[in-house]
Write a protein that binds this ligand. Structure first.
Ligand code: MG
Length: 433
């Protein structure tokens, strides 16, 4: 893992950086860098030009646009299932080759690399800690919502508790029933190469007193587990709008990983997942718009002076440009890194999604066949491609043997708000008894 040279900078969501209350000029708007939609311009022409008003008007425009674009319950369910199951598929495919070099992968699986699961002794495609922790993110979030918590600062302790429950499953303790409904699933009590930063941070948090986590890690253990927050935002934009979705995802990653590049990458991942289901058809041009003009412009709006964000923005721009270049998949990915750190994980995933914008299988295969952290790049690419194309676009061969397929589908429906109330109560209110 690359050790960052610098420390964490204090960052705030909104406040002075948002420019609220300052007199606006056309220069302010140019600095913010947002495209002003036509209907907002029309409203502006009738209002006093204040930056705060401009920002609010643009937010309202996009909020309306997202809500209008969600066509029906079936489409929403398909995209939400697609994102969570898609992540598990990419994770399961990549888990087999996580610690293999590209030449070793090609030698074992042929010139196109791995494209089918390697099943265990009982015919199951095992996923890794990426999917385990994503499921626990969903559990923490939904338990908080069930308890009536709607603000990020109130939701976060529930996500922390869920991660501590996951940590317990990794410690080879005696199986403890009824800590939470996910903890009651015995097949989750297994180690699948958990990240050292996640383990050490949660070991500290599980200790006595009021422990704090101190590190400067930007390993991909944060970014690979936040998709459920994006899915929840996609389904409930009135409860968790895009900006607060990003904030909560960044904070959820910061429970274990403290480096700003982990935080920003996690924010961007969740916000992209949140935004994609709102669009019927996403081509490359639309995807670039969502990533750069929507998500990264919103991040720049709040953190525009943060050099870590500039580094991430530059890398993501490079990834999207490479996706439309003549370079081969492996050539391009080698330019972006190996995916062991958060920003590289996100960059490789976004490259794969952009290059194979309408093909889930090619996208995840591209994301896992390289020298680096294949399960995490596969998981993040699968989360995003699934949110774009839906569960219905995932080939049957990736669904048939996927570990805990029914549980993942069920959690996706819970996050999307589609499950029956009785089920939600049973899982997220009554547990632990
Ligand atoms: Mg993993």
């Amino acid at each position: 893992m690359e050790k960052p040279k610098d420390g964490k900078e204090k960052r705030q969501w909104g406040g002075r950086r948002a420019g609220a209350g300052r007199k606006a000029t056309s220069g302010n708007v140019a600095t913010i860098g947002l495209r002003i939609p036509a209907d907002v311009e029309e409203i502006l022409s009738r209002q006093e030009n204040r930056t705060a008003f401009i920002i609010e008007a643009i937010r309202e425009h996009y909020k309306r646009k997202r809500t209008h674009n969600i066509m029906n319950k079936e489409q929403l369910q398909d995209r939400c299932r697609g994102s969570l199951v898609g992540g598990a598929v990419g994770d399961a495919l990549g888990y087999e080759v996580e610690f293999m070099t590209l030449p070793a992968i090609l030698k074992r699986f042929g010139k196109h690399g791995i494209s089918d699961y390697v099943l265990d002794k009982i015919g199951i495609a095992e996923f890794s800690d990426d999917t385990q922790m994503s499921l626990f993110t969903a559990e923490g979030l939904l338990t908080a919502i069930a308890a009536g918590k709607i603000y990020g600062k109130d939701i976060l302790p529930y996500i922390t508790e869920a991660y501590k429950n996951w940590y317990l499953t990794q410690c080879y303790p005696p199986y403890i029933k009824s800590r939470s409904w996910l903890s009651d699933i015995k097949t989750l009590w297994v180690r699948r190469a958990p990240g050292t930063t996640c383990m050490s941070a949660l070991r500290s948090l599980s200790g006595p007193g009021n422990p704090t986590v101190v590190n400067n890690s930007k390993g991909c253990g944060g970014v690979m587990r936040v998709a459920p927050i994006g899915i929840f935002s996609a389904a409930h934009p009135e409860t968790l709008d895009l900006e607060h979705c990003g904030l909560l995802a960044g904070q959820a990653a910061e429970i274990t990983h403290k480096h700003p590049l982990s935080t920003f990458s996690s924010m961007a991942h969740a916000m992209i997942v949140a935004e994609c289901p709102a669009h019927d058809k996403i081509d490359r041009e639309m995807f670039r718009f969502i990533v750069i003009d929507r998500v990264f412009k919103l991040l720049e709006l709040h953190f525009k002076d943060d050099r870590h964000l500039s580094l991430l923005t530059n890398l993501i721009n490079r990834a999207l440009t490479l996706a439309e270049s003549e370079k081969s998949d492996t050539e391009a990915i080698s330019v972006l890194g190996e995916g062991w750190v958060a920003e590289e994980t996100l960059a490789i995933a976004l490259f794969s999604v952009m290059r194979y914008i309408d093909d889930f299988e090619k996208c995840v295969c591209c994301a896992v066949n390289h020298d680096g952290d294949s399960d995490s790049t596969g998981a993040v690419a699968g989360n995003i491609s699934g949110a774009i194309l839906g569960y219905s676009a995932i080939p049957e061969k990736y669904l048939a043997n996927l570990e805990l397929h029914d549980v993942i589908l069920s959690v996706a429906d819970d996050v999307a708000g589609i499950s029956a109330k009785e089920q939600m109560t049973e899982r997220y209110v009554k547990h632990p008894e």
